[in-house]
Design a protein around this ligand. Structure first.
Ligand SMILES: Nc1ncnc2c1ncn2[C@@H]1O[C@H](COP(=O)(O)OP(=O)(O)OP(=O)(O)O)[C@@H](O)[C@H]1O
Ligand SMILES: [Mg+2]
Length: 365
């Protein structure tokens, strides 16, 4: 059995410099008990630096990292990693090649220097964590006798063995091939959710982040660009960067025409779009709508905008078609649409943009 220890992690205005380069720029975040939080961002944005700061492998220049209200890191103070009771899983698995599966995990337990880990207790614990990752029976194998996915499961078992407060994982699936990566996404999630262990997960892969996380923090240049649930980030990216990072999103620029309690009308130069009203509305507005939220030839009955378009490009994606559609009402506005409906190039289609899917932000003109 995995002992469930509930933990609350707080990162408060953390900054980190390497030389004169600001790598973490005032990062604040909180991780709830049992949460699966993902740090998402492109290479060099500071994901590993932030994770290592939480692990105590990197010191911070200002701000504070605390766990259950006890301070783990602040300026000029870094509690040693071995006192933090955390489990870490790395991209390259970091298993000892000359040790068997049993000894790799036993090594992590012996590091704890906990008297309760007698020889017998160690064997028992190893069996328990190998059960969790469905690798019981592999005790005598060496890492080179295991597949990539199996090695990663052993790395997770080793991290879980000492009953850590929480798990930190840095790109744990990125060295696996695409098929194995997809399978391991499910398996990892099942393991950490089964163990109810609070997890901070680092990846640059938006599919991994969207499919596994309770919450995502999108980092850009050492700052938090946007945070929220996978659905919030995917459907309603607040900035150009977030929209691009999370996959295509349509952006239409417009001007406020009318606002009522339940809806807003926006003039988009040749056609109008109906949206839900927002607080703090300015004259110039940006409307974002995700390609999968635009409906083709639909009988949608809720509040919506109906437009006509011509299909200019299409690509088959397996479960849907991806279209580039030129709007008839105006010059030079193309919408990207994902749809199960198959239509040939140059055909005219009716488009429906549900008001509830049109996300509006004020633009500083
Ligand atoms: N020990 C170090 N000394 C100097 N600069 C460093 C050090 N570690 C990281 N950096 C720099 O800090 C920045 C952030 O690095 P970090 O490893 O946190 O990025 P990352 O988001 O994890 O990227 P990746 O996806 O490539 O792993 C990079 O520009 C990197 O060059
Ligand atoms: Mg990294």
């Amino acid at each position: 059995m995995i002992e469930v220890i509930f933990i609350f992690i707080k990162v408060d205005k953390v900054t980190k410099y390497y030389g004169s380069r600001l790598i973490l720029d005032g990062i604040s975040l909180e991780v709830e008990k049992g949460e699966f939080l993902t740090l998402l961002g492109s290479s060099g944005c500071g994901k590993t630096t932030l994770l290592n700061s939480i692990a105590g492998l990197t010191n911070i220049d200002s701000g504070e990292i605390s766990v259950n209200e006890s301070v783990w890191s602040k300026k000029k103070y870094t509690m040693p990693t071995e006192h933090r009771n955390i489990g870490m899983v790395f991209q390259d698995f970091a298993l000892w090649p000359h040790l068997t599966v049993f000894d790799n995990i036993a090594f992590a337990l012996k590091l704890k220097k906990d008297k309760k880990y007698t020889k017998e207790k160690i064997s028992q614990r190893i069996e328990e964590v190998l059960d969790v990752v469905q690798m019981n029976g592999y005790q005598r194998y060496y890492p080179h006798q295991l597949s990539g996915g199996q090695k990663q499961r052993i790395a997770v078992a080793r991290a879980l063995a000492p009953n850590p407060f929480f798990l930190l994982m840095d790109e744990p699936l990125s060295s696996l091939d695409a098929k194995m990566r997809e399978r391991m996404r499910w398996e990892l999630l099942e393991i950490v959710k089964g163990a109810q262990i609070t997890t901070i997960y680092v990846t640059h892969d938006q599919i991994e982040a969207l499919s596994m996380s309770d919450n995502i923090i999108l980092l850009n240049g050492g700052k938090i660009e946007q945070e929220g649930t996978p659905v919030q980030l995917f459907k309603n990216p607040k900035t150009e960067f977030a929209a691009n990072f999370l996959g295509a999103s349509n952006l239409i620029q417009g001007k406020l025409l009318d606002i009522k309690e339940e809806k807003m009308l926006i003039d988009c130069n040749g056609f109008n779009i109906i949206t839900k009203p927002i607080d703090d509305v300015k004259e110039f507005l940006d409307i974002r709508i995700h390609p999968s939220d635009i409906l083709i030839n639909s009988e949608y009955e809720g509040e919506s905008t109906k437009l006509t378009g011509i299909i200019k490009q299409r690509a088959f994606q397996g479960s849907s078609w991806q279209y580039k559609i030129k709007l008839v009402a105006t010059e030079n506005i193309y919408l990207e649409v994902f749809s199960r409906i198959e239509k040939p190039i140059d055909s005219e289609v009716d488009l429906c943009l549900p008001a509830s899917s049109c996300h509006v932000v004020s633009r500083i003109a």
